[in-house]
Design a protein around this ligand. Structure first.
Ligand SMILES: Cc1cc2nc3c(=O)[nH]c(=O)nc-3n(C[C@H](O)[C@H](O)[C@H](O)COP(=O)(O)OP(=O)(O)OC[C@H]3O[C@@H](n4cnc5c(N)ncnc54)[C@H](O)[C@@H]3O)c2cc1C
Length: 475
């Protein structure tokens, strides 16, 4: 008789849980996947997929608004907001089969619908039934964080969970929070026709990014008509007016709808973690060791509920470690490798990052050099009227090894892949420079940035020897 019903029970069928269940089934483990809501979690239903679908429609309007840049007098686009939102939902429907119960059942996963509660280090209760497993993987994600700002409760505010059900375009939209989600939504709704104000407590949008990045994004936002209020702390709501504190003064902002984008809170309510002694950090993330094992050794964790990087690709990355460790420990186990973490904010222009930026290198006292390359030098960017962008590379003094890269510009999210590969596999800038890139493409920018690094590191002694050689050849 088997001691456990399953090798592992995965709680949550979002980006992390789906990958966990997939891996477990692929290596022939018996796995149950429990989901209380729609399969696919945030990414499919309320996160990456709908937001990128909306940004795509908004981008078309962005091009139309820049008609003159492409040789047209004007491009008038007539559209119906409801149709745009319908497209967003059609995109979700088109992607949904990838994450569906049918697909995962076919892969050999037992898919269960219901709210899971962990009742012991090896048992989970769902729908009044108890299932047992050698290991449990918590992949329950995160929810929008709603801070206790006086008066917020009294208004019908929107979050990234609810904005997708909006039927008509908000006339005046207040976006609370200038992080990646707030910035993406602010630009999308501005392009669709809302009058948008972004309120951010920090002195800049996208707080993690370097000064030049923010200058580029902020100037684009302002040009497009977004009112950017940084250094403004939301203090209270009175009806449809927000009061902010700014340099000792009170600033009032009227709005029709408010979208709260102030971060995401790990989802652990009702899971039973506390009773079992599974510890959590102050920010709510479940505490885990480098093997993604919680303080109860048979319970593992991955994705937004583990933090610190709340991205789909990080949820999937962690899922590999938590699943392999859950299934094969103590015979084989792996420490999660967070040495190369990339992300992209899908504003237009996009902001893509991997590794360190200049701000972090300075803050951490890491000796470094900075190399920059402007898209205004790139033939394809000129042809496409997309010259507003640049690459910024961080390297150790005198070495071509990448410590980090930031790209701002069209297709930055694609271009960063080459630097992610380079950092992951120890490929230096010399090797990128010695790699053929197709002309005329945006990807050439990666190579030209490496070329800028090379130009700054050519030895003057070698150049003097070469000059002497050529003088001798002419003599
Ligand atoms: C607007 C927006 C845009 C985003 N854009 C991007 C992007 O472009 N790129 C990117 O990388 N990331 C993006 N993200 C972040 C990304 O969506 C998340 O990092 C990712 O979805 C996390 O996956 P997860 O598996 O940890 O959690 P989730 O996807 O949230 O899945 C957790 C699942 O667990 C279920 N669950 C919770 N508790 C229980 C329980 N007790 N019993 C059963 N089921 C339970 C939930 O219902 C949910 O389905 C975006 C997020 C938002 C909100």
């Amino acid at each position: 008789m088997a001691k456990y019903d399953y090798n592992t029970i995965v709680i949550g069928a979002g980006s992390g849980g789906l990958v966990s269940a997939y891996i477990a089934a692929a290596v022939k483990a018996k796995v149950a996947l429990i989901e209380q809501g729609p399969m696919g979690g945030d990414c499919l239903n309320t996160g990456c997929v709908p937001s990128k679908a909306l940004l795509r429609s908004a981008k078309i309007l962005g091009y139309a608004k820049r008609a003159e840049a492409f040789g047209f007098q004007s491009i008038d686009v007539t559209f119906n907001f409801e149709e745009v939102m319908k497209r967003v939902h059609n995109v979700i429907k088109a992607v949904a089969p990838h994450d569906s119960r049918e697909r995962y059942t076919q892969l050999g996963v037992d898919c269960l619908t219901g709210k899971a509660n962990i009742t012991s280090p090896h048992s989970v209760s769902v729908n009044g039934k108890t299932l047992t497993a050698r290991a449990i993987i918590v992949a329950t994600g995160a929810n929008p964080l709603i801070p206790p700002i006086p008066g917020l409760d009294a208004i019908d505010y929107l979050t990234s969970d609810t904005i997708w059900t909006v039927k008509s375009l908000p006339k005046r939209l207040l976006v609370l929070g200038g992080g990646p989600i707030g910035c993406e939504m602010a630009q999308a709704f501005t392009r669709l026709g809302s009058t948008v104000t972004v309120v951010e407590m920090a002195e800049q949008l996208l707080v993690r990014e370097d000064k030049e990045v923010i200058e580029q994004i902020t100037s684009t936002f302002v040009q497009e008509g977004i009112r950017v209020l940084t250094g403004h702390k939301a203090t209270s709501f009175k009806g449809k007016t927000l009061a902010c504190e700014h340099q000792g003064n009170t600033v009032s902002i009227d709005f029709d709808q408010v979208l709260v984008c102030l971060g995401r809170k790990p989802m652990t309510d009702g899971l039973g973690l506390e009773a079992l002694g599974v510890k959590q950090h102050d920010n709510g993330c479940v505490t885990a060791n480098p093997f993604l094992q919680t303080t109860v050794s048979s319970i593992y964790v991955c994705g937004d509920v583990a933090g610190p990087y709340q991205f789909t690709h990080m949820a999937a990355h962690q899922a590999w470690y938590s699943t392999v460790n859950a299934l094969f420990s103590p015979f084989k186990r792996f420490k999660v490798n967070n040495s190369v973490v990339p992300w992209v904010t899908f504003t237009d222009p996009e902001v893509a990052r991997v590794g360190l930026n200049e701000k972090e290198a300075v803050l951490q006292g890491i000796p470094h050099e900075v190399t920059t390359y402007s898209f205004s030098e790139l033939d394809r960017a000129i042809a496409d009227s997309e010259t507003h962008g640049f690459i910024k590379l961080i390297t150790p003094p005198g070495k071509d090894k990448l410590l980090g890269a930031t790209i701002v510009g069209a297709k930055a999210g694609e271009l960063i892949a080459e630097y992610i590969l380079a950092m992951t596999h120890g490929i230096g800038l010399n090797k990128i420079l010695n790699t053929l890139h197709v002309y005329p493409t945006f990807s050439e920018a990666d190579r030209y940035a490496a070329g800028e690094w090379k130009k700054a590191h050519v030895s003057s002694r070698v150049l003097n020897v070469l000059a002497a050689f050529h003088r001798w050849r002419r003599s």
